[in-house]
Design a protein around this ligand. Structure first.
Ligand code: CP
Ligand code: NVA
Length: 299
């Protein structure tokens, strides 16, 4: 049985297969008569809606569970929740603060576990990101040899993006202010997946000539108390039209959303002709459908 906690749980061939399944319009219904439990410790617009609709499109029943309803490690342990829900559902998705909760879930689960965002990774976002880049540049095969720059906090979204794009042959550059760079351990993990990765504190150098520029919020969910300090630290890391002008002429702009306009990205960039963020948001649903189909085929 396979789980999806991070993109490098997959081989390059498996990643490519999921992207093919995501693009497929074939009406396969592997979840007919089955359910998927979707556990959330944090808010969500895209993940919840894209996952629920992906489950419906595969013939299944999604059941979203809010934090106060189950209480992972508060009302009962993660292990007990997972062993119980696995008796009703074919799949379990979870959005958690600590990634270790997902690893503990995997250790006891009788059904596939899907990471719907943790402090370390956001693999469903990474899948949607490469799907969007493939749409922009003419297919998955067109990505190798291109480059992507991520400007911002080197955390969950950056790691999954680096793995997904890099495993498909893109060069990855990450620009973060001092103290917010991708951890050495994560950099090593990304490079171990065969990814050509450069980390810098210079957004202009990172974006020079690249085919895609990506950013995410400066203050992730759960870090709200650090917002003022982070706004100070990330000053100069806003993605502006001037920064995009230093990239390739056909550059596309991506953002996982939600966006904080005026912080990590200007309103003009988000709404501009180079922005693909709404297609990217839609691709969350297609990517989720592909990932769930693949997990059901590999149980
Ligand atoms: N990009 C993303 O995961 O959005 P939500 O937090 O709204 O699910
Ligand atoms: N880095 C952000 C991503 C939100 C989709 C967070 O963890 O809140």
């Amino acid at each position: 049985m396979r789980h999806l906690l991070e993109i490098d749980d997959l081989s390059v061939a498996e990643l490519t297969e999921i992207l093919q399944l995501s693009s497929s319009t074939e009406g396969a219904q592997p979840l007919a008569g089955l359910g998927m439990a979707l556990l959330f410790e944090k808010p969500s617009a895209r993940t919840r809606n894209s996952m629920e609709m992906a489950v419906v499109q595969l013939g299944g029943h999604p059941l979203t569970i809010r934090p106060d309803e189950v209480g992972l490690d508060t009302r009962e342990t993660v292990e007990d929740v997972v062993r119980t829900l696995g008796r009703y559902h074919a799949l379990i998705g979870a959005r958690v603060f600590e990634h270790t909760k997902l690893e503990r879930a995997v250790a006891v689960s009788e059904v596939p576990i899907v990471n719907m965002l943790s402090d370390e990774a956001h693999p469903l976002q990474g899948l949607a990101d490469v799907l969007t880049l493939a749409d922009a540049f003419g297919g998955v095969d067109s990505l190798a040899g291109r480059a992507v720059a991520y400007v911002g906090d080197g955390n969950n979204v950056a790691r999954s993006l680096a793995l997904a794009t890099g495993m498909l042959g893109m060069a990855v550059r990450i620009a973060s202010p001092e103290g917010y760079a991708m951890s050495e351990a994560d950099q090593a993990r990304v490079r171990a997946a065969g990814v050509e990765l450069v980390c810098t504190d210079d957004p202009v150098a990172a974006c020079a000539g690249v085919d895609a520029v990506y950013t995410d919020v400066w203050t992730s969910m759960g870090q709200e108390e650090e917002a003022v300090e982070r706004r100070r630290a990330f000053a100069g890391f806003t993605v502006t039209d001037a920064l995009l002008d230093s990239a390739a002429s056909e550059v596309v702009f991506l953002h996982c959303l939600p966006a904080h306009r005026g912080e990590e990205v200007t309103d003009a960039v988000l709404e501009g002709s180079r922005s693909r963020v709404w297609a990217q948001a839609e691709n969350r649903m297609h990517a989720a459908r592909g990932a769930l189909r693949w997990l059901m085929e590999n149980r």
